[in-house]
Ligand binder design. Structure first.
Ligand code: FAD
Length: 472
C-alpha cells in the first residue's frame, strides 16, 4: 500500500496539536520548543532525524492519545523505548515520536516471581529492582539499553544460555494498538499478539507495560575478562570454541576482537593495543567460577586478566563506558554455523583492518536454553544457531562514516557464506531487511506474523520497525 502520509512537519495542524496537548499529561514538543533538540536526539550520533511532534508519555492514556493523533492526521509514527536501537528506528522525520522515556517504573512481585515493567524502562532499572530480591530478568549486557526494544526482538546476555531469551520471559503485555485502544496480551487474551511480541519486533502496537518472569541470580557472579595480544587470536578462539562445546549452561561467553582500554590496570605497553578478549559470565555457585574458567585464562600470557567474582549488578554495567551517547555507531549481526579455521582467518583479517580502534568484532556463543523453546512457540524462530557474529563499528568523526559503514557491510557480506541464514534484529544499523531476510529469520513463523499484523495493525501505522506486511 502506498504511504500517503505527509512528509512535511509544517503541514501538521496546529489546532490538532493543541488538542493533543489538552489530552496528555506528559509533554508535547514541536521543533520550536526549547528542549526539542535535546529530546529528539538518541544514543546513536549518526541518527539526525527531525520529528514534527514528540509526545513524552507518562502512561497508557497519553500513548492512546498520541496513537490516535498520528493515525487521524496520517502522520508517520515511531515509538521510542530506550532509544538504543542502532538503526535509529525509534525516531522519524516529519511525523510523531511516542517517547516512553518518562515511563520507567518497575514493580517486583517476589512472591509470584514476576516483575511489571513500564515500556520505557532501561535494563539497569529492571536489574536494580529485581536484584534487591536476588532475582533478574535475563537481559542484555549494557544497562542503558531499553527493555522494550531488546525484549520485543529477542534479548541476549549473560544469562541467555542458562535461562533463555528475554522474550521467552514475557508473560503478558499491555499494548495500545493502532485503533488507539489498549489490550492485554497474555496466555488467555489475545494470545496471538503475545506470541508475536515474543521476538516479532515492535510492529504490532505500543507496549506500555510488560509482565516478566523472574529468575534467581547472584548476588555475585564470576566474570572471566581476560585479554590476550591479538597475535594469540587464533589460539584463543580455538581454545574458546572447544571450551564452549562442553561448557555448562551456567556459562555465557563472548570472544571479542578489540583494543585494550587506555587505562590502569592494563599495563602501559598494552594500552590501546589490539587484543582478543575472552569474556564470560558464570552464574552458577560463585565459588566454582574460578575453576570453570581456568582453561580460558591459560591460553597464553595475557595482556591483562581482570577476571573475578563481582556483584551481578556490577557485571551488568561493565561494558557501559564503551558505548557513550552521541558516538557514531553502525552494527550488523549474522548467525554462524561454526568457528573454524576459515572463519577465524576472516575475522582476524577484518580485525586487522578495522577503520576505527573503537570498533569490535564480537562472537557470541549461543545454545543452551535458547533452543529449549520450540521455534513455533513464539515469533523468535532462529533458535538453533550455535554462534552469532556481532560487527560493531564505533567511531567519532563524521568524515569516517563511509569507511566504517562499508567495512561493516563488507565483513557481513563475507560472513554470509558461513551462516545458516537469518539475522538477529536487535543489532542491525539501518534496516535493510527485505522480505527474503524476514523469511529466513522468521522461517515458518513469518506467515503467522503477517496474520497478526493484519489483525492488529491493518493500515501499517507501526511502520518504523521491521517491515512485516499484513496478510492481504
Ligand atoms: P528503541 O530504539 O527505543 O526502539 C527499537 C525499536 O523497538 C523501535 O522500532 C521501536 O518502535 C520499538 N519499540 C521500542 N519500545 C517499544 C514499545 N514500548 N512498544 C513497542 N515497540 C517499541 N541486544 C541484545 O540482545 N543483547 C545485548 O547485550 C545488547 N547490547 C546492546 C548494547 C548497546 C550499547 C546497544 C546500543 C544495543 C544493544 N543491544 C543488545 C541491542 C538492543 O537490544 C536493541 O538495539 C534494542 O532494540 C534496543 O531497545 P530500545 O528500547 O532501547 O530501542
Amino acid at each position: 500500500m502506498a504511504d500517503t502520509r505527509t512528509p512535511n512537519a509544517a503541514n501538521i495542524n496546529d489546532t490538532a496539536v493543541e488538542e493533543l496537548r489538552s489530552r496528555v499529561r506528559g509533554t508535547v514538543l514541536r521543533p520550536t520548543d526549547g528542549s526539542y533538540d535535546d529530546v529528539r536526539k538518541i544514543w546513536n550520533g549518526i541518527i539526525n532525524k527531525h520529528p514534527g511532534v514528540i509526545v513524552q508519555c507518562t502512561g497508557a492514556a497519553d500513548v492512546m492519545a498520541a496513537v490516535n493523533f498520528a493515525r487521524d492526521n496520517e502522520l508517520p509514527l515511531a515509538v521510542r523505548g530506550g532509544g538504543h536501537n542502532v538503526s535509529g528506528n525509534s525516531v522519524c522525520d516529519y511525523g510523531v515520536v511516542i517517547d516512553l522515556s518518562p515511563m520507567r517504573r518497575v514493580r517486583v512481585d517476589p512472591f509470584n516471581g514476576t516483575a511489571r515493567v513500564d515500556g520505557g524502562a532501561k535494563l539497569g532499572d529492571v536489574d536494580h529492582e529485581a536484584q534487591a530480591f536476588g532475582l533478574a530478568v535475563p537481559v542484555g549486557v549494557v544497562s542503558a539499553t531499553g527493555i522494550a526494544g531488546l525484549s520485543l526482538h529477542g534479548g541476549m546476555g549473560f544469562l541467555t544460555r542458562k535461562y533463555g531469551l528475554t522474550c521467552d520471559h514475557i508473560l503478558s503485555a499491555d499494548v495500545v494498538t493502532a485503533n488507539g485502544k489498549m489490550v492485554v496480551a497474555d496466555a488467555k487474551n489475545n494470545a496471538d499478539l503475545l506470541w508475536a511480541l515474543r521476538g516479532g519486533g515492535g510492529s504490532f502496537g505500543v507496549v506500555t507495560s510488560f509482565e516478566f518472569k523472574l529468575r534467581p541470580v547472584g548476588p555475585d557472579v564470576w566474570m572471566c575478562i581476560v585479554m590476550y595480544p591479538v597475535a594469540e587470536a587464533k589460539n584463543a578462539l580455538n581454545t574458546w570454541r572447544k571450551f564452549m562445546e562442553t561448557a555448562p549452561e551456567d556459562v555465557m561467553s563472548i570472544a571479542i576482537y578489540w583494543n585494550a582500554p587506555h587505562e590502569e590496570p592494563v599495563p602501559k605497553e598494552y594500552q590501546g593495543a589490539p587484543v582478543i578478549v575472552l569474556a564470560g559470565c558464570w552464574s552458577g555457585p560463585v565459588e566454582k567460577g574460578e575453576a570453570v574458567f581456568k582453561p580460558l585464562r591459560e591460553v597464553a600470557t595475557p595482556a591483562v586478566d581482570l577476571s573475578g567474582p563481582m556483584p551481578y549488578l556490577v557485571a551488568q554495567k561493565l561494558f557501559d563506558p564503551e558505548y557513550p551517547d552521541g558516538r557514531r555507531y553502525y552494527w550488523k549481526s549474522i548467525y554462524l554455523k561454526e568457528i573454524d579455521a576459515a572463519v577465524i582467518d576472516m575475522l582476524s583479517d577484518y580485525a586487522a583492518k578495522r577503520p576505527s580502534s573503537l570498533t569490535s568484532i564480537d562472537v557470541w556463543c549461543l545454545g543452551g536454553a535458547i533452543g529449549r523453546v520450540k521455534p513455533e512457540e513464539s515469533a523468535f524462530f532462529k533458535r538453533d544457531a550455535p554462534y552469532m557474529l556481532g560487527i560493531e563499528a564505533n567511531w567519532e568523526d563524521p568524515k569516517d562514516d563511509e569507511l566504517n559503514i562499508s567495512w561493516t557491510r563488507s565483513l557481513y557480506k563475507d560472513a554470509e557464506k558461513y551462516s545458516p541464514g537469518g539475522m538477529y534484529f536487535n543489532f542491525p544499523g539501518f534496516l535493510e531487511e527485505g522480505d527474503d531476510l524476514l523469511k529466513q529469520s522468521f522461517g515458518t513463523n513469518y506467515e503467522r506474523l503477517r496474520q497478526v499484523k493484519a489483525k492488529y495493525d491493518p493500515q501499517n501505522l507501526f511502520s518504523s520497525n521491521l517491515k512485516i506486511s499484513g496478510k492481504a
